[in-house]
Design a protein around this ligand. Structure first.
Ligand code: ADP
Ligand code: MG
Length: 707
């Protein structure tokens, strides 16, 4: 049979653009395919979803008289003068005019041939950015072409896309590829199948997917560039919406699968919890009580709890965790509580011991520094079930650690653990087919809609109330030229029986340097304040030393504690009411808020002094201002998101979670509630769309699908 080339193209097309390799396109050989692969592009569909970062308008001519600095435009003009200017930098200056005005083209790199071709009377079409020059408007190194005689070359018909690129790939290559991909899209009846149900499209007023993609690669001249540049054009929102929806469906699927797994129902009657509450020196806030009830109900189910507790610094998450632990113990199961640092683990150990030892429950602990015999003993107690509650660091989840009947895992400071770790943890089950319940606590109070996007596989509880009597910390920002005054202030506070933290911050990510800075500061402060008892704590102290210093500070045997950011989380000394942070400009908002949360825990007015070393960047100034103006964790988190972006804030940047091709969780925050509604709709009525949507947007990243 005769073999027609068109058969081949038919065949390829019937494959679908989502599996058609980039090498199908002209100009994409093995080298380019490899380059593309590095940025996650392997199919024609991937190329279509790789959208321009911005556009140039080469669709029309702009008269010179209407040019303003900053415009990127096409002009047509005639050369009036061409001259080399010798000065600090030799340059070729070409004066051109179009009848409405004139402008100078400036070239720093040029050839003799170039100069001789740009003689008076030659007509040029130029594209470039207009700038203010020494004596008139200029274009520096514009792209230009000679126009011969009266010939009128055609203009571009759509805005010119500028693609985010990777080394070795030129804009022209991108344009060629997208041109072909768009042609394939047009030829293929179902090139990018529409998976959003019609009712959703009309309800949310979303445009057709293929039309949106074509539009964004080649917008018409009249397209609203401001909307496009800020990612708010309906065509962009159409794509972002679908991507967010796919992500949401992925997490929901994960969550539903988790609901199918078995976990031991922890139905303890609550005697231990009641006894703890009776002997606490305080009453739970109503927010703590509500969250406590939510946890209690979850734990009684035969499926694993996956609950995230958000509560601002100092909102009292630890006692809520202790209540959950008691329910597990009372039901005959073990509890593991994990903290991100040794110091924090130690703090939890102390709190748990204070609260639970009177109930005859002993608490063991395991960190990286437990070695040899001590470690063996702890491991044995965990394995035979005699260790009921074990507090520790990630050392708790190393391969050789075994529990006899692990019923509940508590993780503090969730933002350091991603979806992957959450899933790895559930494998430390109680041996049979069931997995432990998980309680995750975080002090990063991200806005609810965002939390539901990032953590859609978790149920969310919020402790939205601080224990009574907390006074907001008043914060001042001062330059370190006023160090003397600050030291005086420390002295007078300590003389009144208040304790003080003096925090030295990270220099260039080096822990060693940070410890050195703290040592130096402690030495200076000891000299300057001989009547005070000064302690020093940092990450390089030997295990045990840290704890004994913390204990002395807590017992009031030290007035002033010089520290590195190791005290960021968990440290709890209510009598400390003054904190000085050196070089706060080096820290992010979340970290500053965490640090400051160490004070304002007692009855005294608390003060925080942010002692910066100028000059500080605009962004840092903004952060310090936010700290001065508010104590509200949610407000701070919102600002943090704006300044740093969600990847950084949620700690997902490195793991690639929450990395979207088109969506931007910050920018698209307003549509998140609709995305959630749409997810419900699909789960209820259009489940056939779910698989394809997830494959389209997250299949290659695998993680939700094979979960
Ligand atoms: P965080 O939520 O930051 O982990 P903690 O659990 O460390 O907060 O609690 C901070 C301090 O508040 C601790 O000293 C704790 O004992 C105390 N606390 C917790 N709940 C209450 C409450 N309802 N009333 C008074 N103090 C409380
Ligand atoms: Mg805590």
């Amino acid at each position: 049979m005769a073999w027609e080339p068109s058969d081949l193209s038919q065949k390829i097309i019937s494959q679908g653009l989502d599996v058609m390799p980039v090498t199908t396109m002209k100009g994409v050989g093995p080298r380019n395919a490899e380059r593309l692969d590095k940025i996650g592009i392997s199919t024609v569909q991937d190329v279509l979803f790789h959208l321009p970062a911005r556009y140039q308008d080469r669709t029309r001519l702009t008269p010179i008289s209407s040019l303003r600095p900053g415009d990127e435009v096409v002009i047509e003009a005639t050369v009036e003068l061409c001259d080399i200017k010798f000065g600090r930098r030799r340059s070729l200056l070409v004066r051109v005019a179009d009848g409405t005005g004139s402008i100078t083209l400036r070239f720093f790199h040029f050839s003799g041939a170039q100069k001789s071709s740009l003689v008076r009377g030659v007509r040029l079409r130029c594209y470039g950015e207009v700038r203010r020059g020494p004596s008139s408007l200029e274009m520096i190194h514009p792209e230009y072409q000679r126009l011969d005689a009266a010939e009128a070359a055609g203009m571009e018909e759509s805005l010119t896309p500028i693609y985010p690129t990777t080394e070795g790939m030129h804009q022209l290559t991108w344009r060629g590829m997208t041109e072909q991909a768009l042609a394939l899209l047009e030829q293929t009846p179902d090139g990018l199948p529409e998976w959003l149900p019609a009712e959703l499209l009309s309800q949310m007023r979303l445009t057709d997917l293929s039309a949106a993609v074509s539009y964004l690669h080649r917008p018409p001249p009249e397209a609203d560039q401001d909307l496009l540049l800020t990612g708010r054009h309906p065509a962009q929102r159409r794509l972002a919406f679908e991507e967010l929806l796919a992500h949401q469906l992925g997490l929901r699927k994960l969550r539903r699968e988790q609901r199918k797994i078995l976990a031991p129902p922890l139905g303890g009657v609550g005697d231990l919890a009641r006894r703890l509450l009776q002997q606490l020196p305080f009453q739970l806030t109503s927010a703590q009580q509500r969250v406590g009830r939510e946890i209690k109900q979850d734990l009684q189910q035969p499926h694993p709890m996956m609950r995230l507790i958000q509560g601002d610094v100092g909102s009292g998450k630890t006692v809520v965790a202790a209540l959950a632990a008691l329910q597990a113990v009372e039901s005959g199961y073990q509890v593991a509580m994990m903290a991100p640092t040794e110091l924090l683990a130690e703090q939890h150990l102390l709190s748990f011991r204070t609260w639970l030892e009177p109930l005859d429950i002993s608490i063991s602990w395991l960190t990286g520094r437990h070695k040899g015999k001590a470690r063996k003993e702890i491991l044995a107690a965990m394995a035979d079930g005699s260790a009921k509650i074990t507090v520790g660091t990630h050392a708790l989840f190393q391969a050789d650690v075994e529990f006899s009947r692990l019923g509940l895992v508590i993780i503090d400071e969730q933002h350091r653990f991603g979806v992957h770790q959450r899933m790895a943890l559930r494998d430390k089950g109680s041996g049979d087919a069931s997995v432990p319940h998980q309680l995750i606590m975080t002090a990063t109070p991200i806005p609810r809609t965002l939390a539901m996007t990032a953590y859609a596989d978790l149920d969310l509880s919020v402790i939205d109330e601080l224990p009574p009597g907390r006074k907001p910390v008043s914060t001042v920002v001062v330059p370190d030229s006023r160090r003397g005054e600050v030291v005086e202030r420390v002295l007078s506070a300590c003389k009144q029986g208040r304790q003080t933290y003096w925090v030295c911050t990270l220099i260039e990510e080096s822990e060693a340097l940070q410890c050195q800075a703290a040592e130096d500061a402690a030495e200076q402060l000891e000299l300057a304040l001989p009547e005070l008892r000064v302690g020093l704590i940092h990450g390089r102290l030997k295990g045990g030393e840290k704890e004994s210093i913390m204990a002395r500070f807590k017992q009031g045997e030290l007035d002033l504690l010089v520290a590195t950011t190791v005290i960021e989380v968990g440290v709890d000394v209510p009598n400390a009411s003054l904190m000085v942070i050196e070089n706060p400009e080096r820290l992010g908002l979340a970290q500053l808020h965490q640090l400051r949360g160490r004070i304002g825990r007692g009855t005294a007015e608390s003060h925080c002094v942010l002692m910066y070393h100028g000059p500080v960047s605009q962004n840092a100034q903004e952060r310090l201002k936010v700290m001065r103006e508010t104590n509200d964790g949610f407000a701070i988190a919102q600002k943090d998101l704006e300044l740093r972006g969600p990847g950084e804030v949620l700690g997902t940047r490195q793991t690639g979670e929450m990395q979207f091709r088109i969506a931007d969780v910050m920018r698209d925050q307003p549509m998140l509630p609709q995305v959630q509604q749409a997810a419900e709709l699909l789960l209820e009525r259009h489940s056939e769309s779910i698989g394809p949507l997830m494959r389209r947007w997250i299949a290659d990243r695998g993680r939700y699908i094979d979960a």
